[in-house]
Design a protein around this ligand. Structure first.
Ligand code: PHE
Length: 294
């Protein structure tokens, strides 16, 4: 502009302004067309069929241990048992003393215990619920008590510090080992969905006399021997026996008049058997890829 003659400046300035306006208008128009096209393409790609049913919430599923626990509860309820619960933080008395395991008894070493303050502990088994049941209801008594228990274990594929058991107890006038075997076979066959073969071995638990370990024939190999049963053909399933007179007496029941049986079943191990789970740590991993299978 500086080099133009003064009389030409107005004319050229006007012309340049007109060109600028025209170019801007063209630019805006083209931009608007691109925007329209982009919107049209998006609407085309992202359309929604509102007539389709909504996908809904994904449904969860019960944990495998909860499933087995519920089945056992239903079975025992149908046979006239009460389902009792007890606290996970127990007294030393209920967990040990009242079960005929005094403070200086070596049997305490069988259960590596998480001790808390004031003679409390994380219960090492569900057996203290026997004590609570006897004290609360007295005889005759038919109860089971499923629940979580704790031991100070070094964790590996077959050991957890936290696992599940089901306790069971009958106190009545005449209770024999035959009754015990009947209930154990009924329970295990029900859970496994087929007849199971069981065997009893002598087992020591201070709160029963006689005491047994009950095994079931391995049904991975049918008793021939395999890695799951460590080539023995049998898998240890539970501890049981006839209730020790001291245990009845300590909970105010006269052993001259009443007797009973008790058992403690490892629910965690049972779930692993039933679903062929080879690592106990999976059960509490919270891993949905594992849990979604059940
Ligand atoms: N409480 C025992 C344990 O955890 C199992 C058991 C229960 C044994 C009842 C006998 C009777 O090892």
């Amino acid at each position: 502009m500086g080099q133009l003659a003064p009389q030409e400046r107005a004319h050229v300035g006007k012309l340049l302004n007109a060109v600028k306006t025209e170019l801007e208008a063209a630019l805006h128009a083209r931009k608007a067309r691109f925007d329209e096209q982009a919107l049209a393409a998006r609407l085309d790609a992202e359309w929604v069929d509102l007539t389709l049913p909504a996908p809904g919430q994904p449904t969860g599923s019960l944990h495998p241990i909860t499933q087995i626990q519920t089945e056992i509860e239903d079975l025992f309820i149908s046979m006239g048992f009460a389902v009792l619960g007890g606290p996970e933080v127990e007294t030393e008395y209920n967990n040990f003393d009242a079960l005929n395991i005094p403070a200086d008894h070596p049997a305490r070493d069988m259960q590596d215990t998480f001790w808390l303050a004031d003679h409390n502990l994380l219960r090492t088994h569900t057996s203290p619920v026997q004590v609570r049941g006897m004290q609360r209801f007295g005889p005759p008594l038919r109860m089971i008590a499923p629940g979580r228990v704790f031991r100070n274990e070094a964790v590996d594929a077959s050991h957890e510090h936290t696992f599940y058991q089901v306790e069971g107890m009958i106190v009545d006038r005449v209770v024999s080992v035959a009754h015990l075997i009947y209930f154990m076979k009924t329970m295990l066959s029900h859970i496994m969905g087929r007849d199971v073969t069981v065997r009893l071995r002598p087992g020591f638990f201070p709160f029963v006399e006689p005491g047994f370990e009950l095994d079931i024939q391995c049904f991975i190999c049918g008793g021939a021997g395999c890695p799951v049963c460590k080539q023995s053909g049998w898998v240890e399933q539970l501890g049981c026996g006839l209730v020790h007179p001291n245990v009845l007496r300590m909970s105010g029941i006269d052993p001259e008049e009443w007797n009973g049986f008790a058992f403690g079943l490892g629910l965690t191990r049972l779930a692993m058997m039933r679903y062929s789970i080879d690592d106990i740590r999976l059960l509490q991993s919270g891993d949905l890829r594992f849990l979604n299978q059940f």
